[in-house]
Write a protein that binds this ligand. Structure first.
Ligand code: XBP
Ligand code: MG
Length: 252
């Protein structure tokens, strides 16, 4: 069985977008709306258990003011906040607030050169993906991906596997011929439920999460001179995640 496609999560996997990107954008939208909501790094880390910005804001609101969160206009108010937040996020990304994680640009280049297909399966808003790819890789980078599955194209977000099923259907490739790349327990659960062998790269927000079921549980994808460290198939491993390594891993 040969690997045909690599399917990447975005936030936390391609780039560390949450602390200095999304979180800052949410706080600016709250301030614009005259709300006294402020998510510091710790509070945002708690709320990251909920995927999807709209769902995350509703969770916060239910915790601080359940009655207002249940009001008839709550959904519309959250939608307006999400729109404002996304505008702030796009400005932050365009200004260079977010950088790719180690090994991501390298692996994408190698995969394209090797003729592997690329796809994205993310919970974030589609506009955010486009902006991140253009700001951190290349103006044409969105076209490198045969399929970009993002946000509300599916009714339920990760850990539901819907977004991965959506992407696999459009790729027309069997899950056994793909690898998923994730950073969170929610993402791993979604990928595994879709039958995908998954490479996890932990980050500051997800370091302590449970990654049982990951094929590779690493601290990064590695770069020459800065190897990734962690476990592969349950055994200690260090090295660079490249196409040759991925080919060796698929079908094991
Ligand atoms: C991460 C998410 C997203 C972002 C915020 O997505 O859960 O909700 O935190 O983006 P993933 P939005 O790890 O699947 O890339 O505000 O647009 O939802
Ligand atoms: Mg993620």
């Amino acid at each position: 069985m040969s690997v045909q496609a690599l399917i990447f999560d975005v936030d936390g996997t391609l780039a560390q977008t949450e602390r200095d990107g999304h979180r800052v954008a949410f706080n600016r939208a709250f301030a614009d709306a005259g709300l006294d909501w402020y998510w510091d790094e710790a509070r945002y880390g708690e709320l990251l258990a909920v995927t999807g910005g709209k769902e995350r804001m509703l969770q916060h609101w239910r915790e601080i003011d359940p009655q207002a969160a249940a009001a008839p206009d709550a959904a519309a108010r959250i939608a307006a906040l999400q729109q404002a937040k996304t505008a702030h996020y796009l400005t932050l990304v365009a200004a260079g607030a977010v950088r790719l994680r180690p090994g991501v640009a390298r692996l994408l280049d190698e995969a394209r050169a090797a003729g592997l297909r690329l796809a994205i399966a993310t919970t974030t808003t589609p506009a955010n993906v486009d902006a991140l790819l253009r700001a951190t890789l290349h103006a044409d980078a969105p076209s490198w991906f045969d399929c970009i599955g993002a946000g509300d194209v599916v009714p339920r977000k990760k850990p539901d596997p819907g977004i991965y099923h959506w992407v696999l259907e459009r790729l027309g490739v069997d899950a056994a011929q793909c690898l998923a790349f994730e950073d969170s327990a929610n993402g791993l659960r979604a990928a595994r439920a879709a039958g995908l062998r998954t490479v996890v790269t932990r980050n500051d927000y997800t370091r302590e999460e449970d990654f049982t079921g990951a094929w590779a549980d690493l601290d990064s994808l590695g770069e020459p001179g800065d190897e990734a460290r962690g476990k592969v198939d349950g055994a200690p491993w260090r090295g660079i995640v490249d196409v040759a390594r991925l080919r060796a891993w698929v079908g094991k």
